[in-house]
Ligand binder design. Structure first.
Ligand code: PHE
Length: 347
């Protein structure tokens, strides 16, 4: 028995050297000292030997058990120490910058819209808004469009099927219905801009079925067309860094009288130095949009007394403005969603 005890002890020591983790160590402990362990089996044999032998062998067994326990503990501590050393040896550079997800960039339209809003805000205009799905009433009737006006034709206007009985609905074809909403909500003086998305059945290199306008409206006592022109000159000075001349060409819109096309002196011509400017094609002027004095019929539709108040309005394309700012040749690029295009604008 002594020989076997000796053999078991040696076998254990050899196995211990191989043990690489706590789990394996525990398995080993069970295999020797557990209920069915080999050392435990040996101690059970003690009952079959003479009292003298038992005393001697018992002492040996206890000594062996103590030695085995000590060896196991020693190995356990060594494993722990190794793990700690591995932990400490791990080199982490705490000064290394973390990997960040790439930042997005602003769409050129967003940049243009924000710049326009900021410029007009500083000039005392509030930002007003209206829905994309608009009452045909606000989009046309209140703006003095006659029932047979060609713009109401479904070839130009997207109709919206109405399931809740809210009356005729359309996708707004311009931001002018916000004039109506603003005047219904406020009492003069009204000084608002209304940037937003508008929709028309149109699709080619210079027209998109979805585009963007910014409306301006100023209503007060004694407002004249001179105020419109002065405001636009001030706007160009603030927006383009120098006052540009403004040209008004007679035109027709049902909701203004007189009405005018609003042109701005080309801000890029000076840079072209004698060559024909590629932006205005040598014309010297860039068409911004429509404008005019608010028609008395519009005032009447919203309950503003045209004998007391006058006002002007303008509406021009934000997409066009962004194309001007960044020399974008094709309107459709704005809505293609090509990442390379979108990442090329400094916010
Ligand atoms: N709403 C007109 C359009 O979309 C533009 C406009 C606005 C004209 C305000 C006059 C006054 O064409």
């Amino acid at each position: 028995m002594l020989v076997r005890l000796q053999a078991e002890q040696e076998r254990l020591l050899a196995a211990l050297a191989e043990v690489a983790d706590e789990d394996a160590l525990y398995q080993l402990q069970v295999a020797y000292l557990g209920k069915k362990g080999s050392i435990t089996a040996l101690s059970k044999e003690l009952g079959r030997v003479s009292p003298d032998e038992r005393k001697r062998l018992g002492a040996e067994l206890n000594r062996a058990k103590a030695a085995i326990t000590e060896a196991l503990e020693g190995r356990r501590e060594a494993l722990l120490a190794e793990a700690r050393a591995r932990d400490l040896a791990r080199v982490e550079d705490l000064t290394m910058p973390p990997r960040r997800p790439p930042f997005g960039t602003l769409h050129p339209l967003t940049i243009a819209r924000r710049a326009l809003i900021q410029t007009f805000r500083r000039m005392g205009f509030d930002v007003a808004e209206g829905p994309h799905v608009e009452h045909a009433n606000y989009n046309f009737d209140a703006l003095n469009f006659q029932p047979d006006h060609p713009a109401r034709d479904m070839q130009d206007t997207f109709g919206v099927r109405d399931r809740r009985g809210a009356g005729d609905l359309v996708l707004r074809t311009h931001t002018s219905p916000v004039q109506i909403r603003a005047m219904l909500q406020r009492t003069p003086p009204v000084r608002i801009i209304a940037p937003g998305t508008v929709f028309r059945c149109d699709d080619d290199a210079t027209h998109s079925p979805m585009f963007h306008q910014i409306e301006g409206l100023y209503v007060d006592r004694g407002v004249t067309m001179a105020d419109l022109k002065a405001t636009m000159i001030q706007f160009t000075a603030a927006f383009f860094g120098r006052a540009l001349d403004i040209r008004l060409r007679p035109s027709y819109f049902p909701f203004v009288e007189p009405g005018a096309e609003l042109d701005m002196q080309c801000p890029f011509c000076g840079r072209a130095r004698g060559q024909t400017c590629s932006v205005c094609k040598g014309a010297g002027w860039i068409e911004l949009g429509g404008s005019g004095m608010v028609h008395p019929a519009v005032f009447e539709a919203v309950g503003v007394d045209p004998e007391v108040y006058t006002g002007w309005a303008f509406g021009f394309g934000i997409d066009r403005m962004a194309m001007l700012m960044y020399q974008i040749p094709d309107l459709r690029q704005m809505f293609d969603g090509d990442i390379r295009f979108l990442q090329s604008f400094p916010g």
